[in-house]
Design a protein around this ligand. Structure first.
Ligand code: PMP
Length: 361
């Protein structure tokens, strides 16, 4: 079998060694005579996987003990609604930065539960830029301040963090979680769907500071109540065991590579190769995002006509480079280069870009 270079935005490329390990252990998990996915989630064998995964996340990100690490279902999308249901009830206001389609979705759900104050709105600029975090202020008294660290569709990524003072900082890190270090103590709640850097789809990782839990309302249904998940160590109900197992294997792979410092270095290297290919094309390729906020995970670029873009995508497919079509809402091209993308993938893409521009420029 020849593996392609998979540039999809998510679900996305995973390390081959992780896929092989799952394959090898799938039917008979470590001599237990059954698959891990056939076992009780309350047994000792699964318990080791579950707590091993929590411990790895804690270790890689340096998460202190006063933060809970949860695995929830429903994608990052459920968090868009679950966060306000827990923290924006009773007439409260939350601050939002509207940096792209994902921030907008989070804000739309929050508006159904409480009030929102838009601290920064990127819509007039087509979500192609980000503000200087130093210029961003939270409104004193807001229940929380919500941001999206990396906009998967628009390809903009915050390079540093705003200071929100006493207002708790909440962040959707779905598309750059586990690709870089961040100062967890600045954040009260961080969430990320697993299906980019951390594993397959099916679980959302939520890291939240324990003292927030006192703000959850009594009148909330069980699954949406963070307190129950925190108290039960994400075993209040049956967790997505297969995904959690694969997250653990993926993070073990990352740890073996050198953890987050290594992930940062790889992201820097891959993204530089592709952005350099754009810059050196003399305008054949253009990136709509200014340098100061270009994403190292989702790299967007355009050509002068859609016709050219679709021939580019066809040629890419012939070279086994797939998933390069931009999101259907914005068009163009997008290369998602998550942790598991080898540098050779970025090089192969840059080579195609150079060849294609030479022939069509
Ligand atoms: N936030 C961001 C930044 C995303 O990229 C995505 C999905 N691509 C989501 C939220 C929604 O995640 P899910 O599909 O897991 O609900």
């Amino acid at each position: 079998m020849t593996r392609i270079f998979n540039f999809s935005a998510g679900p996305s490329i995973l390390p081959v060694s992780v896929l092989e390990k799952v394959r090898d252990e799938f039917v008979d998990y470590q001599g237990n005579g059954m698959s891990l996915v056939e076992m009780s989630h309350r047994g000792k064998v699964y318990d080791n996987v579950h707590n091993g995964c929590v411990a790895l996340i804690r270790e890689l990100l340096g998460v202190p003990e006063n933060y809970k690490i949860l695995f929830l279902a429903g994608g990052a999308t459920l968090q868009f609604g679950m966060i306000p249901m827990n923290f924006l009830w009773g007439g409260k206001t939350a601050d939002f930065t509207l940096t792209g389609a994902w921030a907008q979705k989070a804000c739309n759900d929050a508006k159904k539960i409480g009030k929102v104050s838009i601290v920064w709105d990127g819509k007039p600029g087509n979500y192609q830029d980000l503000p200087d975090p130093k210029t961003i202020k939270a409104n004193p008294g807001s229940a929380y301040f919500h941001m999206t660290s990396n906009e998967t569709i628009g390809g903009v990524q915050w390079q540093s963090w705003p200071d929100t003072g006493k207002v708790p900082l909440f962040c959707d890190m779905s598309s750059d979680f586990m690709s870089r270090r961040f100062p967890i103590e600045k954040f009260s709640l961080v969430y990320a769907g697993a299906q980019k850097n951390a594993g397959p789809a099916g679980a959302t990782i939520v890291i939240l500071r324990e003292d927030l839990l006192k703000n959850c309302p009594e009148s909330i249904v069980a699954y949406l109540d963070y307190r129950l998940h925190a108290k039960g160590n994400s075993l209040y109900n049956t967790p997505p065991v297969f995904t959690i197992w694969m997250i653990k294997l993926t993070l073990e792979w990352l740890k073996g590579k050198g953890g987050l410092p290594a992930a940062e270095k790889m992201a820097e290297e891959r993204s530089k190769i592709i952005y350099d290919a754009i810059e050196s094309s003399q305008g054949f390729y253009t990136c709509p995002v200014p340098r100061h906020c270009r994403s190292k995970m989702n790299l967007v670029f355009r050509m002068r006509t859609e016709q050219l873009e679709s021939s580019f995508l066809e040629e890419a497919k012939k070279r086994k480079l797939e998933g390069l079509k931009g999101h259907r809402s914005v068009g163009g091209c997008r290369a998602s280069v998550y942790n598991a993308m080898p540098v050779d993938g970025a090089k192969a893409l840059a080579q195609l870009m150079a060849d294609f521009a030479k022939r069509n420029g």
